[in-house]
Design a protein around this ligand. Structure first.
Ligand code: CA
Length: 219
């Protein structure tokens, strides 16, 4: 799950980046409106956290341009401007939700989970596939009711697969979901994570589609 944070306040940014990484998300940071537009142009993000008062280009303009270009990731506006008309402009420009600063990090995390569920058409807070369950809020995976101790990258990998259980993911797509900018990704990194995930959830649970990538086993 890869997020983009657009925020010009260093302190807020560091806090959000740290909290989201601890929650197991890959997250990149754009410090102004122009950088945000460049980042959004590559289309890899599952969700965007967008400040409105930004240097170089206003957050509303960034959002308008993103939606006009067909950008479909959910957007949560983060803003100190608590005036009602700002919120209305943001929502009308295509934002999905908003939080007024200062916001609670647990509330932000819960709103992110809710939007990511909606994006994949998932109504239940816990994903289920065959014997497997994955709970994004509790960060827990079970198989046949037994709790499995996954490390954060294994969890993120399984979350990507279980959200779209019939889709085959290429290695490049999984790398984009698991890693942010500047993180070292070796050529066999995804294979290593798949291998360790299989050891914990069962080798047959993750199917290799030769020459393409990986998907969950059918159930
Ligand atoms: Ca700002």
């Amino acid at each position: 799950m890869r997020l983009l944070l657009v925020e010009d306040d260093d302190m807020i940014a560091e806090t959000v980046l740290g909290a989201m990484r601890r929650a197991g998300y890959a997250i990149d940071w754009a410090e102004d409106g122009r950088a945000a537009e460049l980042s959004l142009g590559n289309g890899v993000y599952d969700l965007v956290l967008l400040d409105l008062g930004l240097p170089k280009k206003d957050g509303i303009d960034v959002l308008n341009a993103y939606r006009k270009s067909g950008g479909a990731a959910p957007v949560i506006i983060l803003t100190a401007r608590d005036a009602v008309d700002e919120r209305i402009r943001g929502l009308d420009a295509g934002a999905d939700d908003y939080l007024i600063k200062p916001f609670d990090l647990d509330e932000l995390a819960a709103r992110i989970r809710a939007l990511l569920r909606r994006r994949t058409g998932q109504k239940q807070p816990v994903y289920a596939h065959g014997e497997l369950t994955l709970d994004p809020a509790a960060h827990e995976v079970t198989k046949a009711g037994e709790l499995l101790p996954l490390v954060p990258r294994e969890f993120a990998l399984l979350q990507a697969l279980i959200e779209e259980p019939t889709r085959v993911f290429t290695k490049a797509e999984l790398e984009e979901k698991l890693y942010g900018w500047g993180e070292e990704v070796g050529s066999n990194t995804i294979e290593v994570h798949v291998h360790s995930l299989r050891r914990k959830i069962g080798a047959d649970q993750v199917v290799t589609v030769r020459g393409v990538g990986y998907r969950l086993k059918r159930c």
